[in-house]
Design a protein around this ligand. Structure first.
Ligand SMILES: NC(=O)c1ccc[n+]([C@@H]2O[C@H](COP(=O)([O-])OP(=O)(O)OC[C@H]3O[C@@H](n4cnc5c(N)ncnc54)[C@H](OP(=O)(O)O)[C@@H]3O)[C@@H](O)[C@H]2O)c1
Length: 320
């Protein structure tokens, strides 16, 4: 007997509109409420006098709440600060509330702290992220300890837990801070000292790659940012952005990594992309539209075939 075939998220219906592709259980994410071409401006609602002209300055990011995992980390705190500066509300996911209060001085009403340990499972994380978050930025990284599985628990399963929590809540925008060289083995970089060094600590890069692969198959609207070696000092050059599995050396200021993460929220050119970033003093300064726009988009469509009661999901990767 012929059995029906259901095509879920079939490219037939989404191929030409892949910017708007979304998992059936999630809310579509639009960059437009964050910023429109007409009002790409991030300051607080105000009226500005320019000569005799009066320009209405609208805070297009107001009301959008971003959950940041690993908010007390060196990159996480910069992401929080830059989000607030651009008018977003922030829910800072932290392991330690006291540390959070000392990390962020002042009493910003747009900043809220919630306890969130990514190893504690997706149900707890969904409670922490809550119905009111519009997007999640993950800036976690395992902290060295006696637990040799910590990188695997935090950088792989922890990130997967966050994405699962997003699916439960219908949050359809996810930005991950990963690392260059995560796919070093496939790049022929097995003997790159950085690849060896980082993998000595519990296969950190392999753990991150596993999480990336989960995100890409999940159907969530992602931007995976893979920075080179992180520096705490202010930017010394301009951002260089390359496609996945391209860069095998270089460094970048954490300020610029945070900037790329926040700008990814604002620019739809970053949707469904993996970008590698470093900074170089000789590189030209480019706009974020141009940087993100120069990277190919990749969309993974889940095709579900049902044969009677049996079902099988396969994935199709399409680049444009
Ligand atoms: N270091 C580099 O050169 C380099 C290069 C490329 C990519 N990266 C990656 O970039 C990311 C950010 O790096 P970073 O140096 O800025 O990070 P970091 O300062 O080490 O901060 C990591 C954050 O993750 C949090 N965290 C750890 N375990 C957690 C858990 N179980 N649940 C929730 N949060 C947890 C930490 O919380 P606490 O604040 O409570 O400790 C901390 O806030 C990391 O993924 C890192 O691997 C680093």
């Amino acid at each position: 007997m012929a059995t029906p075939i259901f095509l879920r998220n079939s490219p037939l219906c989404t191929l030409h509109t892949h910017h708007h592709y979304h998992h059936p259980l999630t809310r579509p994410f639009s960059a437009l409420p964050f910023s429109t071409a007409k009002t790409r401006c991030h300051s607080v609602n105000s009226t500005k006098m320019e000569g005799s002209e009066i320009t209405e300055v609208v805070n297009v990011n107001a009301g959008k709440k971003i959950f940041v995992a690993g908010a007390t980390g060196n990159t996480g705190k910069r992401i929080v600060e830059q989000l607030l500066a651009k008018g977003f509300a922030v829910k800072a996911g932290v392991r330690n509330l006291d540390k959070a209060k000392t990390t962020f001085s002042g009493n910003n009403p747009a900043l809220q702290f919630v306890k969130a340990d990514v190893t504690e499972g997706s149900a707890k994380l969904a409670e922490a992220i809550g119905e009111d978050s519009d997007a999640v930025i993950c800036a976690t990284g395992f902290q060295p300890s006696w637990d040799l599985l910590a990188p695997w628990k935090v950088d792989n399963f922890g990130t997967v837990n966050l994405v699962e929590a997003c699916s439960k809540l219908g949050v359809n925008r996810f930005i991950l801070i990963s690392s260059i060289l995560v796919n070093g083995a496939a790049m022929g970089q097995l003997l790159n000292p950085a690849y060896i060094f980082l993998n000595v600590f519990g296969l950190t890069l392999v753990a991150k790659l596993q999480a990336e692969q989960y995100i890409r198959k999940s159907g969530i609207n992602y931007t995976i940012i893979r920075p080179g070696g992180l520096r705490n000092d202010p930017p010394m050059g301009n951002i260089v952005m390359e496609p996945e599995d391209t860069l095998s050396e270089g460094t970048i200021s954490r300020d610029q990594v945070a900037e790329v993460a926040v700008e990814a929220l604002i620019h739809p050119e970053s949707f469904y992309k993996v970008v590698e970033i470093v900074s170089r003093s000789e590189a030209p300064k480019r706009s974020f539209e141009d940087l993100f726009g120069s990277i190919k988009q990749q969309v993974t469509f889940a095709l579900e075939f049902r044969y009677g009661k049996e079902s099988d999901t396969s994935y199709l990767l399409i680049s444009s």
